[in-house]
Design a protein around this ligand. Sequence first.
Ligand SMILES: *Cc1c(COP(=O)(O)O)cnc(C)c1O
Length: 391
Amino acid sequence: MVEKKLIYMDNAATTAPDSRVVEAMLAYMTSAYGNPSSRYSIGYEAKNLINSVRVTAAKLIGAQPEEIYFTANGTEADNIALQSLKLTGKRHLIVSAIEHPAVLNTARQLEKEGFLLSCLKADKNGIIQPEALEAAITPDTGLVSVMFANNEIGSIQPIKKLSEIAHRFGSLFHTDAVQAFGQLRINVSDLGIDYLSASAHKIYGPKGVGLLYARRNVPVKAISYGGGQEYDLRPGTENTAAIAGFGRAIELAAEEMQIRAVNEQKLSVHICNRILREISGVRLNGPEIIDNDFSKRLPGNMNFSFEGVRGISLALRLDMEKICVSTGSACSAGNDRPSHVLSAIGLSDAEANSSIRITIGKNNSPEEADYLVDKIKEIAEEIRQLNNYRI
Ligand SMILES: *Cc1c(COP(=O)(O)O)cnc(C)c1O
């Protein structure tokens, strides 16, 4: 019997490195392995690589190369951005209720250290309304952090309006753009972004490298100390192979952004229509998809709740069919608490625990989409029957 092919539909958790990315990394582990701080040719070669990727990354978001700092990952970029509050001379931090744990837990740590923390509620679609920020912000607010697009339900936030309010009150504005960088068009000047976090492994690059954009002249807090690399902000010998891969991933994202988005949207609409039409007792969490309007939703991100079906049971059964989807966020998987994001948009614990997240990527095909829906239909019906759950 032929081995079934893996159907990978958890692209918000991580992505398969593109073969062109892997190829770009190899030279930095075989021949150009020099330390970028060394004064001989393979050292300069590594240094030049880092600076050229800095240019590539800056170009993608309309920034200057000196405003880009390479970090260990998206999580570290979030940590550095939030800790920079310590240099603003202000005491108040605002984050949204639907942030990734990298932001939420850093915010909670700052609160433990004596800073004041406010958490903005999301509306039922998972959007942070500007009015919520207006109500929470004070002249003592040093930093507002609202993610660009949510990893669990795909909702896209009104970043420009939020940053305008932050600036009106003299606060800086950070956005965790890990789900948006390379997927959506972003211009940091147009959108008024002071800090932005991104990560390579969410855009077909390697794990273990991210970046922080920090606008010129905003304070940036080093959270570790060492040999002066990355403008003394993020010391340690640079991960040149990973940075090379990140650079190639960014180039490919820039070239293919439009085509990837169009394909993912098509597949999402197809999957969504089929699931909502062919299976009863299902809801799509997050912004509705009406008339192919993806202005408030990532192109490939869908989260569904199935009445009478535990999300984890459905995901485990799909895994037996070699289909990868997730329950809630991979970062909070492993505990049985319902997702904080689904709770924040008003789902009951039962509804939240009956959800799965499907995130389409550039490598998924229409055949895979249909196979996924067929299997979900079959398995959901089976689980409901086993539980004597009738709709
Ligand atoms: C994946 C993710 C992160 C963490 O990035 P890592 O590079 O895995 O540390 C942060 N924020 C969001 C929204 C994410 O999706």
